[in-house]
Design a protein around this ligand. Structure first.
Ligand SMILES: C[S@@+](CC[C@H](N)C(=O)[O-])C[C@H]1O[C@@H](n2cnc3c(N)ncnc32)[C@H](O)[C@@H]1O
Length: 278
């Protein structure tokens, strides 16, 4: 049972400054680290980004591309009664929008604390605490699946996640997911001009790891090139039908970490993959 967070309750505070490095991190270490990181940081994340995300909007990334205009899952009228799995749902803002269109979403996340925020905001759809690499659902139990920056940037074995998502989709189903645009890995993660000069090899797949004094990972992000992502999608049996690179819109003056109007007008920040399960 997921309980709503109270104002007096807060996730465990960390009292160490993690060291940022690039090193290998396997599937189990990445999962454990990221579950802990999102549990510890969910409160701050929702305070910082909750207004931009909106409680019941479906935003694909920091550019602010909204599913209302993108229609990557299909026309809103076709979402009615569709069973939709949201992977790495966080506070389930996207699922709330889907429910408002008449769809039947299930919001899955590895972080209990993120799902507590989903419960706090409200909605009458299931919340499931699980790893995207082992989905607790029967084969072909969903019509659609989606993920806005959930799970895929954080897992060591994306083919495993994609294979699992394909398994739970019915034939003809579609999976749309967004991740940090791979080109971003060649630049410092800074919103200002310092984030405009190449500082690392785009081809270096070594994960970004934050670790504690004992060398245990406390946060992990995994880099795949565009070609890697295409091959991962094909290896899992999906057919890639579109790759969307949202342009930075004039109305968006917000910064989100290393995403900013300055950089967004020059280089892509988000890649959205549209995949079909034949
Ligand atoms: C950047 S948030 C995206 C959530 C939401 N779409 C948003 O924009 O706030 C990433 C989410 O992915 C979840 N996540 C990370 N690794 C995961 C995994 N292996 N399985 C399921 N969820 C995962 C995190 O707990 C977090 O809630």
């Amino acid at each position: 049972m997921i309980q709503e967070p109270t104002s007096s309750e807060s996730a465990a505070e960390s009292d160490f400054e993690p060291e940022a490095t690039r090193r290998d991190a396997g599937a189990a270490e990445s999962s454990r680290a990221n579950r802990g990181w999102w549990d510890r940081n969910a409160d701050e994340y929702q305070v910082e980004h909750g207004t931009f995300l909106g409680d019941d909007r479906f935003v694909w990334g920091p550019e602010g591309l909204d599913e209302v205009e993108a229609e990557l899952l299909g026309a809103p009228e076709d979402l009615k009664d569709r069973r939709v799995l949201e992977i790495g749902a966080g506070a389930a803002q996207c699922s709330r929008w889907l429910a408002a269109q008449g769809a039947r979403p299930v919001a899955l996340d590895i972080s209990h604390r993120q799902l507590q925020h989903a419960l706090r905001i409200g909605g009458s759809f299931p919340l499931v605490c699980a790893d995207a690499g082992a989905l607790p659902f029967a084969d072909a139990s969903f019509d659609l699946a989606c993920s806005a920056y959930g799970a895929l940037p954080f897992v060591a074995d994306p083919v495993r996640v994609l294979t699992e998502v394909r398994r739970v989709l019915r034939p003809g189903g579609r999976f749309v997911f967004s991740v940090t645009h791979p080109i971003r890995w060649a630049f410092p993660d800074e919103p200002g001009p310092e984030g405009l000069s190449v500082s690392a090899s785009y081809f270096d797949r070594t994960p970004y790891v934050e670790q504690d004094e004992q060398g245990r990972a406390v946060y992990v992000e995994h880099h795949r090139t565009i070609g890697d992502r295409v091959r991962d999608i094909a290896a899992s049996g999906f057919r890639l039908v579109d790759l969307v690179e949202p342009e930075w819109p004039a109305w968006n003056t917000s910064e989100w970490g290393g995403w900013s109007p300055l950089r967004g007008n020059l280089i892509p920040g988000t890649a959205i993959f549209v995949c079909v399960r034949d």
